[in-house]
Design a protein around this ligand. Structure first.
Ligand SMILES: *[C@@H]1O[C@H](CO)[C@@H](O)[C@H](O)[C@H]1NC(C)=O
Ligand SMILES: *[C@@H]1O[C@H](CO)[C@@H](O)[C@H](O)[C@H]1NC(C)=O
Ligand SMILES: *[C@@H]1O[C@H](CO)[C@@H](O)[C@H](O)[C@H]1NC(C)=O
Length: 378
């Protein structure tokens, strides 16, 4: 109220967003050995929290065509179907992870739960307030971890009991941090101006991991960010007339991808530090960047016949992404075959893309350490 429709729509789009970052891993036989999953993150892993929390705002993720491919109705997932976390749950042989906020009072949290909320940032809202950046979320990673601590007494009885029980779960920490850059990006910040956010974001992720390990987690999967220069939203909004700004093979924005690589490198280095500090824990880096880059380099080879940069569902323009006509509104149109697209709504990916990523992580060399070695160290 008091906010013009445009001002409202604009941040909302991105708050849904996580940007392209992502998640996952694990080989099936290993996966079967976990009791369940505890998940933290943003819209790349949200299975319904944002929709539940913001139902009164009538969010677009609650509209058709979200969910059309697999669930045949909107579930709050920011895709046409399943997310990487859903494929992982299926691989483990457990039900889809319920969204924490929508759980009934008598829900048994030992069955695992999902704290990820669309729009969530790695850093707390105060960090942004102090810098005059508007972020449309109250569910930072730290606050998700706080909720986890609150449910712990219903999962285990004492610190030693918790260490025993939590060691049987898989912890997904991320992707998280994409939104910390999206909001400043929308405000027009340059890459140089965003560089100083990377350290604090990586520290926030590290601190979440430490808390989880201190409580008993021993297997954690930590995804890096997707190449943001290949994001349909960034390609549209950071459009350049200079051909040199684009990678001739992928069509992605080179400088933005370098920014993601910089952030991922800092994260990888921090994970090395944590492995040294907690030798008993298995910290798996899920390399979303390189797994996605394989598709961006040759989308047709992997079944994405419409290419990887154009969104299936959107309001027109060169990449079918229009901030004023986002997917889920009547001005946007959806493609007939989402499975031939990698990008779903300009910001998030299609079920086909998430399936490809999940499979690649389970079978390919995109989880470090690989699952075989992770398994033997458990
Ligand atoms: C966050 O919480 C504050 C205080 O409860 C509230 O005023 C604000 O509207 C909330 N913001 C969002 C995006 O939910
Ligand atoms: C974006 O959507 C708005 C609102 O529907 C429309 O007026 C505008 O022409 C669209 N822009 C493009 C490039 O399609
Ligand atoms: C997994 O890692 C271990 C230890 O680094 C290595 O010996 C093995 O060859 C790797 N396996 C695959 C499939 O990459």
């Amino acid at each position: 109220m008091g906010i013009s429709p445009m001002a409202f729509t604009f941040p909302l789009i991105f708050s849904y967003l996580p940007v392209l970052t992502a998640i996952l891993i694990i080989i099936f036989p290993v996966a079967e050995s976990y009791t369940s999953i505890f998940s933290f993150g943003d819209s790349l892993a949200d299975t319904g929290n944002f929709l539940y929390l913001r139902a009164n705002d009538d969010p677009r993720v609650g509209q058709s065509p979200y969910g059309q491919t697999y669930f045949h109705h909107p579930t709050g997932r920011f895709s046409d179907g399943r997310l990487v976390i859903d494929f992982l749950a299926q691989a483990i042989g457990i039900p889809f992870l319920p969204p924490y906020f929508a759980c009934p009072n008598d829900y048994d949290f030992r069955r695992g739960v999902n704290f990820a909320v669309g729009g969530a940032t790695a850093l707390d809202p105060e960090f942004f307030d102090e810098r005059g950046i508007y972020v449309d979320t109250n569910y930072s990673l730290g606050r998700q971890i706080d909720r986890f601590k609150r449910i712990l007494p219903s999962i285990c009885a004492s610190p030693s009991d918790c260490r025993k029980i939590l060691s049987e779960y898989l912890f997904l920490v991320g992707e998280i941090g994409g939104n910390d850059y999206n909001d400043p990006f929308i405000m027009g910040w340059t890459i140089q101006e965003m560089q100083p956010l990377v350290g604090p974001v990586v520290n926030a992720i590290s601190s979440a991991i430490k808390t989880l390990i201190d409580h008993g987690a021993t297997t954690l999967v930590v995804p890096g960010d997707f190449p943001v220069g290949c994001s349909t939203a960034y390609l549209t909004m950071a459009h350049s007339h200079n051909k040199e700004d684009y990678d001739p093979i992928t069509g992605c924005l080179k400088k933005w991808n370098e920014f993601t690589e910089y952030k991922n490198k800092r994260l990888i280095k921090e994970l090395d530090r944590l492995r040294y500090r907690y030798p008993h824990a298995t910290i798996i880096y899920a390399d979303y960047y390189n797994i996605a880059m394989r598709v961006f380099r040759s989308p047709h080879k992997f079944g994405f016949s419409k290419g990887a940069l154009t969104a299936c569902c959107g309001g027109g323009g060169p990449y079918n992404f229009n901030v004023s006509a986002p997917c889920g509104t009547t001005q946007a149109k959806s493609c007939n075959e989402p499975s031939s697209y990698f990008n779903w709504d300009g910001i998030h990916l299609t079920e086909a893309a998430y399936k490809w990523i999940a499979t690649g992580l389970m079978e390919g060399p995109h989880a470090i350490p690989n699952i075989t070695s992770a398994h033997s160290s458990v």
